[in-house]
Design a protein around this ligand. Structure first.
Ligand SMILES: *[C@@H]1O[C@H](CO)[C@@H](O)[C@H](O)[C@H]1NC(C)=O
Length: 999
């Protein structure tokens, strides 16, 4: 064997630190993956919590997001026997003690620490029930006016709360409508009534109500003219995000935590007051938070209401809309509570007008007022946390009847989630656009809460979801989540599992993958995050999205794939986003600092306001191409919709203006190409590739994700700087060998496996840090398996001895070499495997949840590598597979063999591979392949692979014995199927010849 190969493995380069994100090879903790950490309650063993956090840091996590979960606030199960959530609730002295210890642990480990602002989702805190900052609801009541036309007496619902409005209206017609069922929330379809009201007939009677709640009203009722009376009362429903059934301590903590008003700054103030008075009054905690804390955090908004409300809404409404809300509440009472978590319960009565827009303009205005109130909530928390030297991270608005895009920029680190976004890349585009324009450093994602996948979500699938989020503009993953490993009340092994196994996943040392490959996946994610943090994003196209409410399912808005096929990157911006100071046009680019959109697109499905058309007109005047796709957009009404004609006239003017273009549905890409606006990373492939481009002063970083299928093709990048390959699995930086340059572009051929990603960096100055040849290949035969370049050895090509169809290796100076070989050396497929299965099982005492696992071994002989489902003794097993096989080297006596690559099948849950005892290093799970030349010896060679399994098949087999916090897991029969485990497929040794070129 060519001994110089031994030296090549040291080709590890650290590329200089950018910002405070560390290096690509070793990203700083604040650019690395984090875990959401679920604390069952504050009574649990503090040392175990500290050890859990240390262990997360030890396998590469940059930090934790610390959250007291309390059985999902008591809503999935009450506190178990023995627990005392009043004494050990959020913000209690006991809680503060464990908070302090965990902060100290994070500090010692150099980790980043985020913390929920309250228990469960952070929606509220312990409070006095008289606190005006607690959640408000608006209760609706209605009654038909009797046929004699007079209504004398108590108004409906009197006594429910403070009367906000009493309104009458003439009813034109009435019908039954169906509120949809929801499979996610297991709620049935149900009927509601729809009333069509006569436009102009709404009358406000609020001031006619006596202090006893009576009115005396008369209407001219006829067969054709029936009347209806509507009454609305605001009240605090004292809904809790931590519910406790028993009182025990006689303190503010007895009642758990009350959800606060999310439509006013006053609600935020209740949270702040609690923190200041009960947590930050401990100066140690305050100092630790300022040292290691990064974000105060809040989960998605899961507050239920009749109608989203705060007492400030009427004033806010009048202030921004110029008229009073009171009379129009009947028009906004339906579908304006929490569409995300109450999909089957938008209301039992929907009122619309008999006008052209059916009263939609009033709904739009109401949502605008809610949005203003919500921003007051977000701004108050943001200012407070920033004042502490921290930041606010929150899952922004997407359950609520608001345009999410108008709110994302209100916090320091906006967060979304793979669950609510259904892993839909286009949903992420709706989230990340404004965050990019507002130059948010972090766009976060709660990743991997997959329904009914607990213990059964392969890491490879998780990485596919993560890469989808990255392709959609996300750059921070917070894994859902890390579980406490110790004992808890009425809880068996494997321990306290949040959401009672409804959602994936428990990441902890009880997972066989935790110490056997998971760190490779974490490092891979963190290195990609590093690339997605540095510099600034560059995105080709912005799409206008002027809805009053984001669909809670985050469905795809631009459904044509023309832009994706060409490599155009795009996101969505709401009209409000266009008012951001960064959203100006310069040199034909929108938001020129970042992301520098080359055009804005308005599809005909959109509705626009006069202000929206004016913004587009200003952009066109300033030189930004405005593309109207599929026809002119429609009208977005406000109030009584009096400006409709003006909007259509403005659209006509826009349509005739310079820099404004029209195109057909789904033909944006061809229009852009016509306008000589190519994608920054042009794509040609037989699969689907999603590029992400970031750029700093010196380097363009291109991340490419090949979704779903293996594919080949090439990308064309607008740079002629030297390209480097940044390997996110190993952290190594190497010069790219094969590409072609034209006047201003570099074309790079690529072949990618399903769900594989690649990172390329373009920067000629990296030559000073990374050994770089002065020539590159413009033609590279298919039999080149790999290459190495060092200054001492120049280029070493590893070629297989396979027959090649085009064997010409051509360098950029024009010299050519024929790489055809005459002697073929066969690839060896390893067979005759020994599998030692290390079973990780429950301890004999099931109630000992603190044990990692009881372990025992079985041995199996396998001719071929099949799933554990096909090995009867391992169908219900979980643990580690130690696979070993041998092969003889060299395979033939021919002298032209210098080494070999080891290739493995795609890996689901992680792997560690050893050749003759040498760890070959991290492998790309989508396409495992490694040069094992340096480890080969003449004669017998041994390959060992350690393969962790998912836990589900074993958990499933003992399912009936599992108890979590006093109840059985919440998965019902039939349980999800068993999952495939182990090393499945072929492992091959592919010999190569080393060819040496001085370039
Ligand atoms: C809903 O309305 C339909 C049609 O009026 C009726 O047949 C059905 O029974 C109603 N369902 C419920 C749950 O009331």
């Amino acid at each position: 064997m060519d001994t110089t190969l031994l030296c090549l493995l040291a080709l590890v380069t650290t590329v200089g630190a950018v910002g405070n994100y560390g290096t690509f090879a070793s990203p700083a903790n604040n650019a690395s993956l984090k875990f959401r950490y679920w604390l069952p309650d504050a009574s649990v063993d503090t040392d175990t919590v500290s050890r859990d956090i240390e262990e997360a840091g030890a396998i590469g996590a940059g930090g934790v997001e610390f959250l007291g979960i309390y059985n999902y606030g008591g809503s999935l199960a009450p506190q178990p026997a023995g627990a005392d959530w009043a004494t050990y609730g959020f913000g209690t002295p006991a809680f503060n003690k464990i908070l302090k210890a965990s902060l100290q642990t994070a500090k010692n480990a150099g980790m980043v620490y985020d913390f929920a602002l309250g228990p469960n989702q952070g929606q509220g805190v312990p409070a006095e029930t008289t606190d005006e900052g607690l959640h408000w609801d608006l209760a609706p009541f209605n009654v038909s006016i009797p046929s004699n036309g007079s209504y004398n007496g108590r108004i409906p619902g009197w006594g429910t709360g403070e009367l906000v409005s009493l309104v009458s209206a003439r009813v034109v017609s009435s019908s039954i409508i169906v509120n949809p069922a929801s499979s996610l929330f297991s709620t049935p379809a149900n009927n509601a009534t729809r009333l069509v009201l006569a436009t102009g007939s709404l009358a406000d009677h609020t001031h006619e109500v006596t202090t006893n709640g009576t009115v005396s009203l008369a209407f001219n009722v006829t067969e054709q003219a029936r009347y209806h009376l509507f009454a609305y009362y605001q009240y605090q429903d004292l809904v809790k995000n931590l519910d406790i059934e028993e009182n025990s301590t006689g303190t503010i903590f007895d009642n758990g935590s009350y959800t606060v008003d999310h439509f006013s700054g006053r609600g935020a103030q209740t949270t702040i007051n609690f923190w200041e008075n009960y947590i930050l009054n401990d100066t140690d905690i305050k100092e630790l938070l300022q040292e290691v804390g990064r974000y105060g955090w809040e989960d998605s908004i899961e507050i239920k209401s009749n109608i989203s409300w705060s007492p400030c809404i009427p004033d806010v409404f009048e202030q921004i809309n110029g008229y009073q809300l009171r009379k129009y509440i009947p028009l906004v009472m339906y579908g304006n509570n929490n569409p995300g978590v109450q999909p089957s319960y938008p209301g039992t009565l929907q009122c619309v007008l008999d006008s052209e827009d059916q009263g939609e303009g009033y709904i739009n205005d109401f949502r605008a007022a809610l949005e203003k109130g919500y921003q007051g909530y977000l701004d108050t928390l943001t200012s407070w946390l920033e004042g502490l030297g921290l930041g606010y991270s929150a899952q922004i608005s997407y359950n609520l009847p608001l345009n999410m895009e108008g709110n994302v920029n209100q916090v320091d680190a906006p967060e979304c989630e793979s669950l609510a976004f259904n892993n839909n890349l286009d949903g992420y585009r709706q989230f990340s656009g404004v965050a990019n324009v507002a130059q948010k450093e972090v766009i976060s994602n709660e990743m991997g809460a997959d329904l009914e996948r607990a213990f059964a979500l392969p890491i490879s699938e998780l990485l596919g979801q993560i890469n989808t989020a990255f392709a959609g503009g996300i750059n921070q993953i917070v894994l859902h989540g890390q579980s406490f490993t110790g004992d808890y009340y009425e809880t068996t092994w494997p321990g306290y599992t949040s959401f009672f196994m409804l959602f994936a996943e428990s990441y902890y040392s009880k997972q066989p993958a935790w110490a056997h490959g998971f760190s490779d996946a974490i490092n891979y994610v963190s290195r990609n995050q590093y690339v997605l943090h540095v510099g600034q994003p560059r995105t080709d196209v912005a799409l206008y999205n002027g809805v009053s409410m984001t669909n809670p399912q985050l469905e795809t808005l631009y459904s044509s794939n023309d832009m994706i096929r060409a490599g155009y990157t795009y996101i969505y911006l709401s009209p409000a986003n266009l008012n951001l100071s960064q959203a100006y046009v310069s040199d034909g680019l929108l938001a020129p600092e970042a992301p520098a959109y080359k055009a804005i697109v308005v599809t005909s499905e959109q509705n626009v306001t006069l202000a929206g058309v004016k913004a587009l007109q200003n952009y066109a005047n300033a030189g930004l191409p405005v593309i109207l796709s599929g026809g002119l957009p429609g009208y977005y009404p406000s109030g009584a919709a009096t400006d409709q004609a003006a909007v259509y006239a403005a659209l006509e003017t826009l349509n005739k203006s310079r820099n404004v273009y029209t195109t057909g549905n789904g033909e944006v890409a061809s229009k852009l190409e016509q306008l000589n606006l190519p994608p920054r990373v042009a794509v040609q492939t037989n699969g689907t590739w999603y590029p992400v481009l970031r750029t700093d002063n010196s380097t363009d970083y291109v991340y490419i994700f090949s979704k779903d299928s293996s594919s080949e093709g090439y990308i064309t990048v607008s740079s002629i700087e030297t390209p480097y390959l940044f390997d996110s699995w190993t952290g190594k930086t190497t010069p790219l060998l094969h590409y072609q340059t034209a006047s201003n572009t570099t074309m790079i051929p690529l072949r990618l496996a399903a769900n594989q990603t690649i990172v390329l960096a373009f920067n000629s100055r990296l030559k000073s840090e990374v050994a770089t040849p002065s020539l590159h290949a413009v033609r590279l035969p298919s039999n080149v398996l790999g290459y190495n370049y060092t200054t001492t050895n120049s280029l070493l090509l590893h070629t297989s001895t396979d027959v090649c169809s085009d064997c010409i290796f051509q360098l950029s100076n024009g010299t050519t070499h024929n790489l055809a070989v005459n002697t073929t050396t066969p690839t060896t497929t390893l067979t005759n495997w020994t599998l030692i299965a290390e079973h990780w099982e429950a301890p004999s005492n099931m109630s000992d949840a603190s044990i990692q696992a009881a372990k025992r071994n079985t041995t199996h002989h396998l001719d071929t590598l099949v799933s554990w489902l096909d090995i009867p003794a391992l169908q219900n097993a979980s643990g580690l597979g130690y696979y070993s096989a041998s092969f003889t080297w060299p395979p033939t006596s021919s002298s032209n063999i210098d080494g070999a690559y080891l290739t493995l099948p795609p890996i689901a849950q992680g792997i560690r591979v050893f050749v003759n005892g040498n760890n070959v290093g991290p492998l790309d799970l989508t396409n495992p392949k490694v040069d094992i030349g340096p480890y080969l010896t003449t004669g017998a060679n041994h390959v060992t692979a350690i393969v962790p399994t998912m836990m589900w098949n074993y958990i499933r087999s003992i399912f009936g014995e599992i108890e979590i916090s006093g109840i059985a897991p919440l998965l019902s029969d039939p349980l999800p199927d068993r999952v495939g485990n182990g090393l499945i497929g072929e492992v091959k040794v592919i010999p190569y010849t080393t060819l040496h070129y001085v370039i």
